[in-house]
Design a protein around this ligand. Sequence first.
Ligand code: GLY
Ligand code: MN
Length: 463
Amino acid sequence: MFSTNTYIQRRQKLQTQLYSGILLFLGNDEMGMNYKDNIYPFRQDSTFLYYFGLDQPHLAAIIDLDEGKTIIFGDELSVEYIVWMGPQPTIAAQAKAVGIETTLPSQELNTYLQKANQQGRPIHYLPPYRTHQDVKLHQYLNISLAEVKQSASVELIQAIVKQRSIKSEAEITEMEKAVNVSGQMHIKAMQMAKEGMKEAELAGAVEGIAVGAGGQLAYPVIMTVNGQTLHNHYHGNTLQSGQMVLGDYGAETSLHYAGDITRTFPVDAKFTRKQRDIYELVLAAETTAIEQLRPGIQYRSIHLHAAKLMMEGLKSLGLMQGNMEDALEAGAFGLFFPHGLGHQIGLDVHDMENLGEQYVGYREGLERSKLFGLKSLRLAKELEEGFVITVEPGLYFIPELIDLWQAEGKFKEFINYDKVITYKDFSGIRIEDNVLVTATGHRILGDPIPKTIAEVEALRQTV
Ligand code: GLY
Ligand code: MN
């Protein structure tokens, strides 16, 4: 937990952005996986953690702007619970640690909100992302389930996005920890991978490092020889000579800040010529994009520049042809680079995605593209000092997409399908780092993680 004052100041700052009514924050609950007591690992809601710091289930909080009150709602543990799960500080003691003097039993929340509703006071809440939270809000607010998401408070969302986007020194320190553990995870995989090993062995080893460091995974591990599938969570393949392993995983610290790092390395000690050529294009796109980061620059323009750079490289390899400026405009890069260059990261790996990407990554006057590839860009708007973002270009050869586009003759003036089809067994390469936007530019978080071909191959030599 951060200092008591951190939470007090965060709430005070939020209260300067909204003027009346009640701000309602629902913490997360424990959830049964296959029966009630066999639970999914508990993960507190990130906004609840940000303003209230309390990392346990079945809590809620309100900030009553009209009456100047902040209240934590939760129930003390029964002796029976303590017998099974051990003792805990009282709710009142926990609330005090985050600067809150008033606590009430959970059932009082409904009463409080019903009364506020009768008085016609606005109740601001965030869009729920777990169905049982929809049900709670439906009951508390006397609105239909269909209305629950629609009636979330845009004012509250915008105020929170504005605040949470700018990371404090203490948060940046925590995020460096997350990246450093994530770096250890990647180094471990590069050192231990061997032909004949299952992807699952690597996935298990890196998860152990995240847990051993006192945290957990920030998101499910991608550890695959089929890197062309962007979010591939299957770990059943056996590593074979000639293949590459794409690893996209990161640690979450005990305070729940995320790291999100991707590296791609050969199963053999060295990359093949063909792999090196594509790797160098992705690496140049990543390092060039990072060099461009500074306050005021639009991330969409960095994404497009990275796409253009990679297309120029593909052209030099004979995979593309024609005018790459026109190819960029048309969206031909979607065949090879169908995802966005990056996203904000913080308490969530895709930070605040539950609040809506239109608020986190876009702004009025900057609408999301409908173009295949560009539509997956989560962060498009101007960067600000204090943002922490990922930079993660990639090049992929997705056989199903190549076949479809070739059959349709799509962008055939720009794509040399005769050559592209010879890459259908190539898989994919992605390289990703986490970067802080500073007043004058940027800083890659954490200790350097092997990234150049020479650095990666040096680790593979140890096999
Ligand atoms: N690390 C996975 C992603 O950014 O979507
Ligand atoms: Mn990412």
